[in-house]
Design a protein around this ligand. Structure first.
Ligand SMILES: C[S@@+](CC[C@H](N)C(=O)[O-])C[C@H]1O[C@@H](n2cnc3c(N)ncnc32)[C@H](O)[C@@H]1O
Length: 202
């Protein structure tokens, strides 16, 4: 049974490039979830697919600790959680072609125009994250924010190495178009629209 400390991993040192498989005991497929919040998706995915290694990145200390504690209580040993800025991690630390899937569900929308530069989805981020996917790797995105959805579509359309695929895919933890994150559950209960995208790296 893993302890919380076994699940929490330190961010890489400045200038260090890493293959996240090194955070796990054995080689195999690695999926990354950015902004994993309380870890609802990670936990379900980890329990359904014990053969997959899952790294969650979460900036807020409260949620980072909550999610790590939750994984420890469930005894899942195929999850690691890192507290860091995911944009910086992807841009400066990930090696190319190391991920079989990237999950980004309900990224902060930063609705005010003057804050748009803080949005996760920017052309440089999308290019480097695409490079971090293995060939055939999948990138799934979901947001409840119509304006951010359009923005994301524009950014992603510039990634020539990606092709659109259906979002619904039980082999990646999406059943009936649901990923069952905290935000998804809350927003669907409130009757809000949810926008979804998925891509495969050619
Ligand atoms: C709106 S919440 C969604 C949480 C979860 N994905 C869900 O759907 O329930 C966005 C999460 O992303 C985290 N976050 C925002 N920007 C981040 C960044 N640059 N790096 C890591 N985490 C970030 C926030 O702390 C927050 O927990």
């Amino acid at each position: 049974m893993p302890a919380m400390e076994d699940i929490m991993v330190d961010p890489p040192a400045s200038g260090q490039r890493i293959d996240p498989v090194s955070y796990f005991g054995a080689p195999g497929d690695v999926e990354l979830e950015i902004g994993c919040g309380k870890g609802g998706f990670l936990l379900r995915r980890a329990r359904e697919c014990p053969q997959v290694r899952l790294l969650g990145i979460e900036w807020a200390n409260k949620y980072y600790r909550y999610a790590a504690d939750r994984m420890a209580r469930w005894g899942v040993d195929n999850v690691r959680i890192m507290r860091t800025d995911a944009r910086n991690f992807v841009l400066h630390h990930l090696v190319p072609e190391c991920l079989t899937a990237l999950h980004v569900y309900h990224p902060d929308p930063w609705p005010k125009k003057r804050h748009h530069k803080r949005r996760l989805f920017q052309p440089d981020f999308a290019a480097v994250a695409t490079a971090a996917l293995k060939r055939g790797g999948r990138w799934a995105i979901q947001t409840d924010h119509a304006d951010y959805f359009e923005w994301i579509c524009d950014v992603m359309a510039r990634q020539d190495d990606l092709e659109s695929i259906p979002f619904d895919d039980p082999s990646y933890g999406v059943v009936d178009n649901r990923v069952q994150t905290n935000f998804e559950i809350k927003y669907l209960r409130e009757g809000r629209a949810v926008y979804r995208l998925a891509y495969r790296k050619r």
